[in-house]
Ligand binder design. Structure first.
Ligand code: ATP
Length: 248
């Protein structure tokens, strides 16, 4: 018997305020251990897709009005975000929302509380985060609001990793960051994927970059799937031009 797909999004439609149709029939899958890119211009529906997967639409007066999200063979429709986290899916929201007054380490600790871990487990988890993000170890006693944008993105990812996820939904990790920092963050994502088997669904506008790290990619255009395939195929087709609407 074939294994159930890890994450399967089938023909979803999402609306905001009952009237704004943000997604129209989007389907995608993430296999276990994969890095999948979700590409598209501003407003194409990337964030909405991630929020539909992790059941965060209701908090934005949005709703999934058609289709299904199946995670490890089970519909996520009735699972609240905390239950999803307990089952291994965690979302890192766009815009690196750190608690500026808390230290770097305190920010990381807020990611772990859902599991009610023991003190030893927390120590272990922190040590693991610091091996992937040595910069965060150096700055662990500094208030997060005083760290750089790249470090805040690392804090946001590190905090998500404290939940021990198997799938991370990451929204625009490169946004507003210098290319050298973005590269550092993507290298860490690759390490987490290769060494720890963490899967990623990465929403990104920076197609050229993310296609170098992803296995598969989907391209959204005004809420619809405009293209899908292996990252290598889409890169060869010059997909960046495609989703900006100026392909031949
Ligand atoms: P961005 O890179 O700007 O985040 P995106 O590809 O993630 O773009 P979404 O944020 O998913 O796109 O937006 C898809 C559509 O839904 C857009 O037309 C947007 O204006 C609309 N939209 C998003 N959030 C809301 C909301 N809270 N209320 C109403 N409309 C929304």
């Amino acid at each position: 018997m074939a294994a159930a797909p890890f994450l399967e999004v089938d023909d979803i439609e999402a609306t905001y305020e009952d009237v704004i149709l943000a997604l129209r029939g989007v389907s995608l899958r993430v296999e276990e251990g994969a890095i999948v890119a979700l590409l598209g211009a501003n407003g194409a529906g990337k964030t909405t897709t991630l929020k539909a997967i992790s059941n965060l639409l209701a908090s934005e007066r949005g709703a999934l009005t058609r289709g299904s999200v199946i995670w490890k063979g089970r519909s996520t429709a009735r699972l609240d975000p905390a239950e999803l986290v307990a089952r291994g899916i965690v979302q890192v929201l766009e815009g690196r929302r750190v608690f500026p007054q808390l230290t770097v380490e305190e920010n990381l600790l807020t990611g772990g509380y859902l599991r009610r871990p023991s003190r030893a487990e927390v120590g272990n988890d922190l040590a693991r985060i610091y091996t992937w993000f040595p910069r965060l170890k150096e700055k662990r006693r500094i208030r997060a609001g005083l760290t750089s944008g790249g470090e805040q993105q690392m804090i946001a990812i590190g905090r998500a990793l404290m939940t021990r996820p198997t799938l991370v939904l990451l929204d625009e990790p490169s946004m507003g960051l210098a290319p050298i920092i973005v590269q550092e963050i993507f290298e860490i994502i690759r390490t987490l994927n290769e060494d720890e088997g963490v899967s990623f669904l990465l929403a990104e506008q920076n197609a050229a970059l993310v296609l170098r790290y992803a296995d598969h990619a989907y391209v959204l255009e005004t809420g619809r799937l405009a293209a899908a395939g292996t990252a290598a195929d889409l890169a060869a087709q010059g997909v960046e031009a495609l989703y900006l609407g100026d392909a031949p």
